[in-house]
Design a protein around this ligand. Structure first.
Ligand code: NAD
Length: 505
């Protein structure tokens, strides 16, 4: 099954933000494109807007003048749905309402030919439900582009319950021929990206609600330690708090109010108060004229300890031992018993966040997970009221001696990056186990759809297959609501990793 022939006309119905983007992609790829919108004059305006964007592409020398003129000649608004009769693909991007989309597709079915592929760009409705209205739901697929469609490469190609393999393959190959990176997925709430990404926002909000740290500090730790391009607060301010909350809400509802997807009360209040983010001038941050961006918490410089005692190899944080030595601090190695910790002069311990709270221990400072300890510009530490100030100071001085900024946060189990990454891995492993998408497509989707520095499954391989399950097991013990309970799929994943490591070579 091959991509649609470039001579076949493509229709875009609903010519708002997404419709215009999708139309531009199909047009630049070489198709004749028809635009239809229910609002009078809107399709014509969309054609003009796309034309102006083509002009900018010529200015940026990404398109020649001749290519632009040919593309413009291929672009045509249609007055009625009947004007889409000769199209080989209709991509729908109308308002996100099931009844409106179903009615539209029923009407389209009477207009287009039998072999026309019908596609929805819905981000939160069930593809199966939208296609359920059709006489022939076999030719119906989800083609989920990301905003802005001309720039973002990812397209989730969603197969509903009744979608034919041939239709899904044709849609997939067509997206690829348009220069996109398609991933195939089954019809599940949030598809791949919007399902797996929920904890990225939820865990940051939870740390904030638990008084663990302020928004600026959490964002800085996610960026400078976790390697994420943006923190959860600045990103949701950009997306729009209302838009982000509505996706969370719809995924939670669609999973029958599964506690792992519970929306945040703090975000609800923000939306209710009209603080929607950049677009309203205020969200978690203030974007009004003259407003200052709050600084993340950064500890003042203190002396590093003269030495540390390493018990065990520090697991996912093993690189730290080399960094400490390079900083001229002596590392005394001791037996590996059950240890993956550093002991500081005076007996205080420094332990990688493992989902427990430091209240459980006498004198412990937890440090957060980093994507890459060598490159991380900041590290978060957490301590409880039982941690001695001397241990906090020595831990702070140690990381400062490695050239890191240090943020001391409250005693939240799993800290910031560790709990976020553990939950992303859990949801990703579960998506694969449930046959929603392949591991490779999941990682591609999360890297391209939300810009994660690593796909969650690749991250899990780097951390060791058991890591996420162990962190979530501990978190679940601290907060047994079910939110952190590792999925059965994650247990299996951890068990398989354990077996593999135990296999004699
Ligand atoms: N905006 C995003 O970031 C984004 C990303 C991915 C997917 N989506 C999905 O894409 C779809 C469109 O979103 P958008 O942000 O472009 O919306 P939009 O409001 O910018 O545009 C929707 C357009 O559809 C038209 N319309 C409404 N009902 C119609 C009908 N029955 N027939 C023809 N035209 C009709 C409206 O006049 C409007 O021009 C939604 O399903 C949304 O969930 C949006």
């Amino acid at each position: 099954m091959t991509a649609l022939d470039l001579s076949s006309p493509v229709a875009v119905v609903g010519t708002g933000t997404m419709g215009q983007g999708i139309a531009q992609v199909a047009l630049v790829a070489g198709h004749p494109v028809r635009l239809y919108d229910a609002a009078p004059g809107r399709a014509r305006e969309a054609a003009d807007a796309i034309g102006a964007r083509l002009d900018r592409l010529v200015e940026k020398e990404r398109l020649t003048g001749t290519e632009r003129d040919a593309a413009r000649a291929r672009l045509r608004p249609a007055e009625t749905l009947a004007g889409l009769a000769d199209c080989a693909l209709v991509a729908e991007a109308v308002v996100e309402r099931l009844d409106v989309k179903q009615e539209l597709f029923r009407a389209l079915e009477d207009v287009v030919g039998d072999d026309c592929l019908l596609a929805t760009n819905t981000s939160s409705l069930s593809v199966t439900a939208v296609g359920g209205a059709l006489r022939d739901p076999g030719r119906f697929v989800g083609l989920h582009f990301f905003n802005p469609a001309p720039l973002l490469p990812l397209v989730e190609v969603v197969s509903g319950f009744a979608t034919d393999v041939t239709s899904a393959t044709r849609a997939y190959e067509t997206a690829r021929a348009w220069g996109k990176t398609p991933v195939a997925c089954a019809d599940t709430p949030g598809f791949i990206v919007n399902r797996i990404a929920r904890p990225f926002y939820a865990e940051a909000l939870a740390v904030h609600e638990d008084q663990g740290a302020d928004a600026a500090t959490i964002d800085a730790v996610l960026r400078e330690s976790g390697g994420f391009k943006m923190g959860a607060f600045e990103l949701t301010d950009l997306i729009g708090q209302d838009v982000n909350e509505s996706v969370t809400h719809s995924v939670w509802q669609a999973f029958f109010q599964d506690v792992r997807f519970t929306p945040s009360l703090a975000q609800r209040r923000l939306v209710e108060s009209g603080r929607l983010g950049r677009k309203s001038g205020q969200g978690w941050y203030d974007y009004r004229q003259g407003a200052e961006r709050p600084e993340p918490h950064t500890a003042d410089p203190v002396e590093p300890p003269a030495y540390v005692v390493a018990e065990g190899d520090l697991g996912p944080a093993a690189e730290l031992l080399a960094l400490i030595r390079e900083a001229g601090i002596e590392v005394r190695a001791e037996g590996e018993d059950n240890g993956t910790r550093l002991v500081l002069p005076g007996g205080g311990q420094l332990v990688l966040a493992d989902g427990r709270t430091s209240v459980e221990f006498r004198d412990v400072v937890y440090f957060d997970l980093a994507l890459d300890y060598r490159r991380a510009a900041r590290l978060a530490l957490s301590a409880s009221q039982f941690t001695s100030p001397r241990t906090v100071a020595q831990a702070t001085g140690l990381f400062q001696a490695l050239g890191k900024k240090v943020s001391v946060i409250g005693d939240v189990p799993g800290m910031i990056v560790a709990r976020t990454v553990a939950r992303l891995i859990d949801l990703a492993v579960e998506v694969v186990a449930k046959g929603v998408a392949t591991a490779e497509d999941v990682d591609t989707a999360m890297r391209l759809g939300v810009n994660y520095p690593l796909g969650p499954l690749e991250w899990s391989r780097r951390l060791g297959g058991e890591w996420a399950c162990a962190v979530l097991d501990n978190l679940h013990e601290c907060a047994p609501s079910g939110r952190y309970a590792p999925s059965l799929a994650l247990y299996r994943h951890a068990y398989a990793a354990d077996k593999q490591e135990g296999t004699p070579s």
